[in-house]
Design a protein around this ligand. Structure first.
Ligand code: PMP
Length: 379
């Protein structure tokens, strides 16, 4: 064989052009130029001293964002799903009992991941838009005696912000680890990992953090590390094995074998200001929606996720026509529901730099325009 039979593709010979869009769906959000510019830095070696310094800075940023002193704090090279698997694959062994609070798609997914590695999975299920009381959690914990409880803090499929206070303490009463998904909430709503006794907390980079997808911050408490490092079996994934990751990130006190390179950029606004801004902007948005006659899907104000708003799908309209009209006419992405909320809601994400009154006004104007121009059935 001497000649190649697959020629270089023509499509790769022209420059790449990507349009600008207002990314107001549940993520990814827009990336500000300061962060985009960080991506043009040169690539350097994975053992160069500057990389260790960058990784240490990233670790400090995550500890601040998560409000934790955990030594075992790092970023997985992958999207939020990779951190989800990193948490579950490391903390759970085949045969372990796992309890998952399901009030949307992220609980469903966590349950599926745990099932795939042979855990005995039990769920408590709330309807879309709902969440769980401490009493319901306690009943399930005492019944199933799990090694791990999963809760999504920001359930982006339904727009619910799950209260976290008291759950960690409860888990520890039952000798159970508390795992929290904060992909859609971190930076936009308060989370205090140490004070709330969360054992494993993870997030993603492409929402409030306004970075490109592909970096997933994660942190493990001492209690979580004890369970993980006394496993009888090896985790099913090599790439996500915490003993390797811990060593790459200098979290295990041993000489590093090989660091993995992640890029991560932290908002300079300060956590409290960021929480406050997301809350204020969300309240302004919600008032605007209600004054247009639209209804919010999450009835109780304190349970509304300030980053991703779910609006009851306007009666008589096809939600797909609304989202595609807004994309075509306003160059703006909003989305429909996801799994349990499909057909029930429209979802609007205003995260990080996108969380502003100007953007709220833009979305409200686009929605008004869509409701005027999209087809409304008479029934
Ligand atoms: N959990 C939640 C709550 C999310 O909103 C998402 C992303 N929509 C994920 C997990 C998965 O993250 P990714 O898409 O980055 O893999």
């Amino acid at each position: 064989m001497s000649s190649i039979s697959v020629p270089p593709p023509k499509c790769l010979q022209k420059p790449l052009t990507v349009p600008y869009r207002h990314m107001f769906g549940p993520g990814p959000s827009n990336v500000p130029s300061r962060i985009l510019e960080a991506g043009v830095n040169p690539v350097i070696g994975h053992m160069h001293p500057e990389i260790f310094e960058i990784m240490n800075d990233i670790k400090s940023g995550i500890q601040y964002m998560f409000q934790t002193q955990n030594k075992m704090t790092l970023a997985v090279s992958g999207t939020g799903h990779s951190a989800m698997e990193c948490a579950i694959f490391n903390a759970v062994e085949p045969g372990d009992s796992v309890l998952v609070a399901v009030n949307g798609i992220w609980g469903e997914r966590a349950a599926e991941m745990a099932e795939r590695i042979g855990a005995r999975v039990n769920t408590i299920v709330a309807p879309p838009g709902g969440c769980f009381t401490i009493e319901e959690m306690e009943k399930a914990l005492s019944k199933h005696r799990p090694v791990l409880l999963f809760v999504a803090h920001g359930e982006s499929s339904t727009g619910v912000l799950h209260p976290l206070d008291g759950i960690g303490q409860l888990c520890h009463k039952y000798n159970c680890l508390f795992l929290v998904d904060s992909v859609a909430s971190i930076g936009g709503a308060p989370v205090y990992m140490d004070q709330q006794e969360i054992d494993i907390l993870y997030t993603g980079s492409q929402k409030v953090l306004n970075a490109p997808p592909g970096t997933a911050p994660i942190s493990f408490s001492e209690r979580a590390c004890q369970k993980i490092f006394s496993r009888r079996t090896k985790p099913v994934s090599f790439y996500l094995d915490l003993s390797w990751l811990a060593n790459y990130w200098g979290c295990d006190g041993k000489p590093s074998r090989l660091p993995s390179v992640c890029e991560f950029v932290c908002e300079s606004l300060g956590l409290e200001n960021s929480w406050e801004r997301h809350l204020k902007v969300a309240e302004y948005f919600h008032a605007g929606l209600e004054s247009m006659g639209l209804k919010l899907f999450v009835k109780e104000k304190r349970l509304r996720l300030p980053t991703v708003t779910t609006i009851v799908a306007p009666y008589g309209y096809d939600w797909k026509e609304i989202t595609s009209y807004i994309m075509k006419t306003h160059n703006l992405e909003i989305s429909g529901g996801l799994r349990p909320s499909v057909g029930l809601v429209l979802r609007v994400g205003l995260m990080g730099c996108n969380s502003s009154r100007e953007n709220v006004d833009m979305v409200l104007a686009a929605l008004k325009d869509a409701l005027k121009h999209c087809h409304k059935s008479k029934v």
